[in-house]
Design a binder for this molecule. Structure first.
Ligand code: ADP
Ligand code: GN1
Ligand code: MG
Length: 387
């Protein structure tokens, strides 16, 4: 999928359909997401200016925008209530707030059926595509697991599964095999070595699904897209403020969120690096992610979860690599690309990252063990967790 260029006048017209405090005056693209279109809208009333985030949902991916928006409304209300109960004074900076359309709806349908929504902008905040230091990695992990903690008392039945089987690695593998068999754009031959490398790792697809089926781990409200650029950091202090990009919030596993964060934040290379061997797992970042996760979660890991932390990083890396390769085989119809071969590069990067996790497995397991022991000692000493 290539990026759609939206004329500013059209975007301003759409922004005017929302209940903004001023008249929309300017719109600029924002972010580097692969699915939706995101913009910053500046509006004004007299000398005052206001900024909002305008987004167009990709309805090929999110077929039921009503359900997506209902999930987001439910989750943001829940997180907000949890922040208020904690006595936070800066709740508006720590949780997304939807701005309704002028007719009181959570989103606006344009004449062509496109679904748009608006959030209040969280000011003085920034996101990063790649972590810049260990403190940032720890903060990001603490924010995502804190999000999970705040949602832990929301029944999974309160949320709709807006993309069925989203992190069901076995069905992702089946989709890969189907794409391979169809080979609609004739790319299977040139990717034979990648195909073989992914195919031989098929057992990874059962690593989380089997314990789930056996009741060892449970589904809960999960974010499901824990890329590091889905965290807003305070631009001055560097503290992680808010979790954004809530479209995929739905039933899932805590381990999906942890594994996806590792594949995103602990990758030493860009997600679409053209030299895939640069993509290796950073052990220090991995340790910082485990530590931050334990801090934010506010409870000790269950034995089954702890035993699967490293596996979850491998599964999510495998799964996303497989999804990129599948999309490449199908002719780049799902993830946004801005150059030829980008999805293949992304698949190769994830393969290289996965191989480096395989090489480092013992060290990663040891890092999990160490962080768990340290966190326990921290608890016993009476310090508060889950801030
Ligand atoms: P996508 O990644 O699907 O394009 P996101 O919801 O992640 O969409 O938004 C893209 C980027 O816009 C984020 O990484 C963040 O930098 C910024 N952003 C999103 N929501 C807000 C907000 N409410 N306030 C400030 N910045 C935001
Ligand atoms: C997509 O939209 P964005 O860029 O936040 C994708 C995620 C992938 C991610 C990889 C709905 O997320 O699953 O992990 O790209 N989102 C969807 O960068 O498929
Ligand atoms: Mg995003």
């Amino acid at each position: 999928m290539t990026r759609t260029i939206w004329p500013e006048a059209e975007l301003l017209g759409i922004a005017r359909s929302f209940d903004l405090p001023g008249t929309p005056r300017g719109v600029r693209p924002l972010g580097s997401g692969h699915i939706n279109d995101t913009f910053r809208v500046v509006s004004g009333r007299g000398p005052r200016t206001f900024s909002h985030i305008l987004q167009r949902l990709n309805t090929n991916v999110f077929a039921n925008p009503e359900a997506v928006m209902a999930n987001i409304a439910r989750v943001t209300e829940h997180v907000r209530a949890s922040l208020v109960a904690e006595g936070r004074t800066d709740v508006a900076r720590r949780c997304l707030s939807l701005v309704p359309s002028r007719d009181g709806k959570a989103f606006f349908r344009d004449a062509t059926g496109g679904a748009w929504r608006v959030y209040e902008e969280i000011r003085g905040a920034l996101s990063v595509d790649r972590v810049e230091n260990l403190g940032q990695a720890r903060e990001a992990a603490r924010a995502f697991s804190g999000f999970s903690r705040r949602l832990s008392d929301l029944p999974v039945s309160a949320l709709s599964e807006t993309i069925p089987a989203f992190h069901d690695t076995r069905s992702r593998f089946a989709a890969f095999l189907a794409a391979l068999q169809q080979d609609p754009v004739g790319r299977a031959r040139e990717t034979a070595s990648e195909i073989e490398a992914f195919a031989k790792r098929e057992p990874l697809a059962a690593c989380l699904e089997d314990p789930l089926a056996r009741g060892l781990i449970e589904r809960q409200a999960a974010h499901n897209d824990t890329k590091v650029n889905n965290i807003l950091f305070d631009a001055t202090s560097g503290e992680a403020l808010a979790v954004v990009d809530l479209d995929t919030v739905m039933p899932g596993l805590f381990l999906h969120d942890f594994g996806d964060l590792v594949r995103s934040a602990a990758n030493s290379a860009r997600e679409d690096e053209t030299e895939p061997s640069k993509a290796v797992l950073s052990e220090p970042v991995f340790s910082a992610l485990v530590e931050g996760t334990l801090e934010g979660l506010g409870r000790p890991l269950r034995d089954a979860e702890r035993g699967l932390l490293v596996s979850s990083a491998m599964v999510l890396t495998f799964e996303l690599g497989l999804r990129f390769l599948t999309d490449y085989l199908l002719g780049d119809t799902y993830f946004r690309t801005n150059r030829q071969g980008q999805n293949l590069d992304r698949a190769r990067v994830h393969l290289s990252l996965l191989m480096s996790m395989e090489d480092r497995r013992d060290a990663l397991e040891a890092a999990v063990e160490k962080a768990s022991v340290d966190a326990l000692a921290f608890d016993v000493s009476g310090e508060r967790r889950g801030r």
